[in-house]
Design a protein around this ligand. Structure first.
Ligand code: AMP
Length: 383
């Protein structure tokens, strides 16, 4: 099926980059997002301004789209199920969304397929925390079972007392108690599966986080080829087992030479931003091809190494200073998302560097990052 209009639930930067690729490929794009003038709405043909649980508006998006997708997995499952009941095509399906948006279901899926993942136990009531502590031990990470992202909705506990504080802060919501993994590094991979069942995997990346928010992606990850192959195998296994149609990300902990899955994101992902500039097929194009029943080709890097750096807000102003200096780097591509307010650690943009080696890409990235800072516009030079 070649489709004309792609409906996107969610209007953030992922939807924006997806839309830019969709437009290049000749599609129309409509986003549904509660905040007007969203990063995606600015570039889409239309934005339906509505809440994600406004079933009338969701129905309208479905009626006006040939295929609906999402750029954000915390949309209510009911929205996707309602579209499927209306016989709209949603990719990835409600089944995929259900499994990946609830950490307990996701863990059960991984265990059922013998895919390594940190030990965990559900904590539905305060009384269950002792049993989880006895079974899994400390330190531990407590996470809300749904709704968390960018490190939100999770607590690191090194003592029973810290566990108690975390449970109190979670205010009775269902939690998952996870073993803390003293990882050597975090890895991620983007993969895509199309309607015909073809699966492609992107290079394995190394992700560096700051306070739970991705700050840098290094490609290719500095790991032995067998470990990269294992990551690709697991991503392929997940794609087949869930019958995902679309691009998706799998995040891993690399600990003592073994990889274990942290989580699956059933959508294009921050750790795949590098692919816009660094691979001949981006994760966004792969997603559009996959959901529009088009063929996939194996992605490959256009340079030996790439680094992607997130440009995060600092809370100290909304004007980004230093852009002109950063743009002097010949192999750097800057992407800004059109967001007005640079709140602390808000994802405002990113840049990608292509280089001959990972070390030189990191060096250029650090130099460029040091030049950028958020200032109050009154201090800067008005443009
Ligand atoms: P998540 O929202 O599950 O991706 O977690 C955000 C970040 O918290 C991860 O990227 C890790 O840096 C850290 N984290 C999450 N779970 C664990 C764990 N079980 N052990 C160690 N670090 C973790």
């Amino acid at each position: 099926m070649n489709v004309g209009t792609i409906g996107i639930l969610g209007g953030g930067q992922l939807g924006r980059m997806l839309t830019l690729e969709a437009k290049r490929m000749g599609f129309r794009a409509i986003t549904l997002e509660p905040l007007p003038n969203s990063p995606c709405g600015q570039v889409a043909d239309e934005q339906i301004v509505a809440a994600y649980d406004d079933l009338r508006a969701i129905g309208e998006l479905g009626a006006r789209s040939d295929v609906v997708t999402y750029e954000f997995e915390n949309i209510p499952l009911q929205a996707v199920l309602a579209l499927e009941r209306d016989r709209r095509i949603v990719r990835p399906s409600g089944h995929v969304l259900r499994t990946t948006q609830d950490r307990l279901l996701e863990k059960a899926f991984l265990r059922a397929h013998r895919i390594p993942t940190p030990d965990s136990a559900p904590v539905a009531a305060a009384g269950e925390i002792e049993a989880a502590e006895t079974k899994i031990g400390l330190p531990a990470i407590l996470k809300t079972t749904t709704g968390g992202y960018d490190g939100k909705g999770q607590w690191l506990a090194r003592s029973t007392e810290q566990l108690r504080v975390a449970v109190a802060e979670a205010r009775g919501g269902p939690l998952i108690y996870e073993r803390f993994i003293p990882f050597d590094r975090e890895l991620a991979i983007i993969a895509a599966r199309n309607v015909a069942g073809e699966i492609v995997t992107f290079p394995v990346t190394e992700n560096v986080h700051d306070h739970g928010v991705l700050s840098m992606t290094i490609v290719p990850a500095r790991i032995p080829p067998e470990r990269a192959e294992r990551v690709r195998e697991i991503a392929t296994q997940i794609a087949k087992a869930l019958e995902i149609v679309g691009a998706f990300a799998v995040e891993f902990f690399d600990c003592g030479g073994e990889v274990m899955v942290n989580e699956i994101a059933p959508r294009v992902h921050n750790s795949g931003h590098y692919s816009i500039d660094a691979t001949q097929l981006s994760q966004y194009e792969a997603h559009i091809r996959a959901i529009c029943d088009l063929p996939l080709v194996a992605p490959h890097l256009l340079a030996p190494a790439a680094v992607m750096v997130n440009v995060l807000g600092s809370g100290s102003g909304d004007h980004l200073d230093g852009i002109a200096e950063v743009l002097r780097e010949p192999d750097l591509k800057l992407h800004l998302y059109g967001k007005a307010h640079a709140a602390l650690r808000r994802k405002m943009g990113h840049f990608t560097i292509l280089a001959q080696s990972v070390d030189s890409a990191i060096e250029i990235a650090q130099r460029a990052r040091a030049r950028l800072r958020w200032i109050d516009r009154r201090e800067g030079i008005a443009v």
